[in-house]
Design a protein around this ligand. Structure first.
Ligand code: GLC
Ligand code: CA
Length: 537
């Protein structure tokens, strides 16, 4: 499988459309608003955008409950606006990937309405139904009593998100409602998804982030089935749209990439490394899967966390995906806590330096580049629950009431912008020491050096209890040492690095000391600091 060359130097910016910029003054962000801010995205150093779902939906899960895959939700604009967004983005050298909710629809989708009817019809098998209302398999989540159909439907997430039927890899013969992957009705669902991809690719999108990508196939051998399914889509994509990419929400890059994805996130769903790096414990939604750990994350001033779990997991994932696809460690997303949560701006800078220079493809969640904080105390919005506080409007200006997000009465805002002392783009741009300006510098550095890009080599130099985290990035002619001390006490470590005497600092907080002696180099970092050194090889 080929990897499109543009991914090597890609940096994604995730835009939550309802909260980015409201161009028509109704209090909800929209596509025209995104178009108006494309220059900002470009100047940040992003090369691509991941747009969260923007399709017709009853918004019971903020748009992850799609009712029409081929139509933009009126609150965001029209299909023409989305096409214009592709075009305007491309003009600026930016790609746009859409969110493909592949595993489930809304209960309001016409397919589901037909499927829920009592009498068999063309859509009966589009979803997974048990064959009697009084029975369902406890291994899965079912909803009963929904309609006149004598059966219960399987869900993926909320009750309003019935699971589409991609079949069971190895159906249980005792359970005739479990259809095999090659059942003609199931194959029709597979075709439907391909047609939806084709529809948007033909209109100019550059690929998809696939929601809950590992949820599509069922049964004990589901993983083999998932590989079959996604490899099928991938080869079709490669034949017809060789520049387009598939990004998965799978959280096991080795599994996702060998199944056919170009790139997968190394977060939640059983990836303790991410939690141990960035504390996210207030998000119980994904926490059950995190398990164990020291309870402290590395990027905390307590200094009690360690980067070891993360570094080992990253190393392992990189080895298993080398040459096949990329790992992404995002700064956050619409389901997680904010990077800024419980951290000072200086602490955020240390974390961003660490995250944006890692191998693979960085994903920056809108607002993280200015240090936007989680907003506590909000009532759940559109199925957000505790995720709601990470989905607030992007503050563009210092305007205390409207934050430059919208001209609407703040009462009508999708979500409130939070306290007036919030960071904002306008002031961040003017402040050379801002998180925003560091983000820009980090991304510029990344774009200028293949060693820091997706396929540049990665090696952990130092990671352990009460230790800073040092890692090394390298390509043919040059290498970079990235050193991070998020703790509120100084930290130093000795390590071996050939040619360390030639290392020159390229981004550094004051007070960092590099002491090169024959055979051993010692780097001492003051509290809450970072250093990036460049070395010609
Ligand atoms: C993914 C999305 C999340 C959504 C869920 C169900 O995890 O990121 O926001 O609620 O899938 O579609
Ligand atoms: Ca609007």
């Amino acid at each position: 499988m080929a990897i499109p060359a543009w991914l090597q130097d890609a940096v994604f910016y995730e835009i939550y459309p309802q909260s980015f910029y409201d161009a028509n003054g109704d209090g909800i962000g929209d596509l025209k608003g995104i178009i108006e801010k494309l220059d900002y995205v470009r100047q940040l150093g992003a090369t691509a955008i991941w747009l969260n779902p923007c399709f017709v939906s009853p918004f019971q899960d903020a748009g992850y409950d799609v009712a029409d895959y081929r139509r933009v939700a009126p609150r965001y604009g029209t299909n023409d606006d989305l096409v214009r967004l592709f075009h305007e983005a491309h003009r600026r050298g930016l790609r746009v990937i859409l969110d493909l909710v592949a595993g489930h629809t809304s209960v309001k989708h016409p397919w589901f309405k037909a499927s829920a009817e009592a009498l068999p019809n063309a859509y009966s098998n589009y979803y997974i139904w048990s064959d009697d209302w009084g029975s369902s398999d406890p291994a899965y989540r079912f909803i009963n009593g929904y309609s006149d159909r004598n059966g219960n439907y399987m869900i993926n997430f909320f009750h309003c998100q019935p699971a589409l039927n991609y079949g069971f890899r190895d159906p249980d013969p005792q359970q005739p409602w479990q259809l095999p992957m090659d059942h003609p009705d199931v194959l029709r669902v597979r075709e439907e998804l391909r047609d939806i991809m084709k529809f948007w690719l033909d209109l100019g999108c550059d690929g998809f982030r696939v929601d809950m990508a590992s949820s599509l196939v069922r049964g004990p051998q589901a993983e083999a089935g998932l590989r079959e399914l996604w490899q099928d889509y991938r080869s079709w994509l490669e034949r017809n749209y060789p520049e387009a990419i598939l990004v998965s929400e799978w959280s096991d890059p080795a599994a996702a990439i060998t199944a056919g994805f170009h790139l997968d996130f190394m977060v939640h769903f059983g990836a303790p490394g991410y939690t141990s790096l960035l504390r996210q414990e207030n998000f119980r939604i994904h926490n059950s899967a995190f398990g164990g750990g020291s309870g402290h994350s590395f990027f905390d001033r307590s200094g009690r966390g360690s980067a070891r779990t993360f570094a080992d997991e990253l190393t392992d994932q990189l080895q298993r995906t080398a040459g096949l696809g990329f790992v992404s460690v995002p700064t956050g997303n619409h389901d997680l806590g904010r990077l800024r949560q419980g951290r000072s701006p200086e602490e955020v800078k240390v974390a961003l330096t660490g995250l944006l220079l890692l191998p693979g493809v960085p994903f920056l969640y809108y607002g993280d580049e200015i240090g936007l904080d989680y907003l506590t105390g909000l009532i759940s919005k559109e199925g957000g629950y505790n995720r709601t506080g990470s989905r607030t409007p992007m503050p563009w200006t210092a305007d205390p009431e409207r934050a430059g997000f919208s001209t609407a009465d703040p009462e009508c805002f999708y979500l409130p912008p939070g306290p007036p002392d919030r960071p904002n783009v306008e002031e961040s741009e003017a402040d050379p020491e801002s998180i925003l300006n560091l983000t820009r510098q980090l991304l510029q550095l990344r774009h200028a050096h293949p060693a820091l890009q997706a396929a540049g080599a990665y090696r952990t130099l130092i990671a352990g209890e009460r230790q800073p985290y040092f890692y090394w990035r390298e390509s043919e002619r040059e290498g970079f040492l990235v050193a991070l001390n998020p703790a509120s006490e100084p930290r130093s470590a000795r390590f071996a690095l050939a040619g360390a005497d030639r290392a020159r600092p390229v981004l550094i907080t004051p007070g960092v000391e590099l002491d090169v002696r024959p055979g051993a180099t010692t780097l001492t970092l003051p509290p809450v600091s970072y250093a990036v050194y460049q070395l010609d090889l």
